[in-house]
Design a protein around this ligand. Structure first.
Ligand SMILES: [Zn+2]
Length: 397
């Protein structure tokens, strides 16, 4: 027996009440990220972190509704409309990319009521809790008068690790450009096979014309925020292969013999770049002429380096009156190896941002030149003692 058709059984003016329309609920997600940042800090890359995401209904990725944000933003609620009884879940960070999407998180299935999920990010505590929404209470929203089921959920280092893609050596080999230098390619791919020590000796050319000793330096943040963390097994393979490629290839082009990579992937610190494995830092490069510590913090009272002359701090303070005198002094003492390394990064189509003690460039792919690092704001001061690159991966940045 076929079901009666509402349209044939009702008068036109009554159709609206008789046609069966699946009821729709709203599901709101609020990410309270960087909860360790002081309350009086209005904007921060942690509190207002931008997280790449996809939404799934019953496990199926949904097309973007026009009112959905480009990124989930920490501290800003985000609402999805969903038919009753359909499970909503999120794919976050690098787990949102095509080819990843392994670990849906914060699933909820609205029934009688609308749903509001609050995700609180913490550091170093209760790392065993899962990326699951737990019903905390049901209450009537005073503004809308609607009943809402309020859920709570955690976000911490182990969950960041879960939503951060681990690249295999096969994926790395596929990702690297076809015309990559053979030795650099082999070195990068070997990182994803699993290194037995945090160092690579890369022989360029056959017979070798250049040897690059690359050292990878572990950091505190993943160690205290991830259970049973191993730098070589869990940290390095979460870095996008093009990150290691861009830095090691720039070292090759610059003729460097040593490069120190100090911060690779990490879960619970800074902007999305390092958490998505597309931000990397370098603090030392060297060639046969000597070692360059990438540091100009002396300008504002930090460690002395040869790249800040005795005259420069005074010229820096007077740069409002005579900018040319200051920038000429900056250029006069700049190590050629650093300039060669930075120029190679600037020329790389895989790199989008370069922040270092000499220059700041929020978009190295556009025509706007880098500006001098005046060490006069948070981003400028943060980068007065290392070089940072962010990869050019539009799906993530
Ligand atoms: Zn960085």
């Amino acid at each position: 027996m076929t079901a009666p058709n509402a349209e044939t059984l009702t008068r036109p003016e009554a159709i609206a009440t008789d046609v069966p329309v699946p009821p729709v609920r709203t599901v709101t997600y609020l990410f309270l990220t960087g909860t360790w940042v002081a309350a009086n800090v209005r904007s921060s890359s942690e509190k207002n972190i931008k997280i790449p995401y996809e939404v799934a209904f019953d496990g199926v990725i949904q097309d973007r509704a026009p009112d959905w944000p480009r990124r989930i933003i920490g501290g800003t609620a985000f609402t999805i409309r969903v038919p009753v009884g359909v499970e909503v879940s999120l794919f976050l960070n690098t787990d949102s990319l095509v080819g990843a999407r392994m670990h849906p998180v914060y699933a909820v299935t609205p029934d009688e009521n609308d749903v509001h999920v609050t995700i609180r990010e913490t550091r170093g505590a209760r790392l065993e809790t899962l990326a699951e929404a737990v019903l905390a209470r049901t209450a009537v929203d005073e503004r809308s008068g609607r009943r809402i089921d309020y859920y709570d959920a955690p976000l911490h280092g182990n969950i960041w690790a879960r939503i951060s893609r681990v690249y295999t050596s096969e994926a790395a080999a596929e990702t690297l450009p076809a015309d990559a230098d053979a030795a650099i390619r082999d070195a990068v791919v070997s990182i994803y096979r699993g290194l037995d020590r945090a160092q690579l000796e890369i022989q360029i050319g056959n017979p070798p014309v250049q040897t690059i000793s690359a050292t990878f330096v572990d950091s505190e943040n993943p160690r205290v925020n991830i259970s049973n963390y191993s730098f070589l097994r869990d940290g390095l393979p979460r870095v996008h292969p093009l990150g290691f490629f861009a830095l090691l290839d720039a070292a090759r082009v610059a003729g460097a013999t040593v490069v120190n990579l100090t911060s690779c992937w990490r879960p619970s610190l800074g902007s999305i770049a390092h958490r998505a494995g597309i931000g990397l830092d370098v603090n030392i490069i060297a060639d046969d002429a000597g070692s360059v510590r990438i540091n100009r913090s002396e300008l504002i009272g930090g460690m002395p380096t040869p790249w800040v002359s005795d005259a420069e701090p005074h010229l820096h303070r007077r740069r409002g009156e005579d900018r040319g005198a200051w920038t000429a002094e900056v250029e006069r003492n700049k190590p050629p190896l650093f300039q060669a390394f930075r120029s190679a990064l600037e020329a790389s189509q895989h790199v989008r941002q370069i922040f270092d003690p000499w220059y700041l460039d929020a978009n190295s792919r556009d025509e706007v030149p880098a500006t001098y690092n005046e060490q006069n704001n948070a981003n400028a001061m943060l980068h007065n003692n290392h070089l940072h690159i962010t990869l050019n991966i539009p799906e993530l940045l």
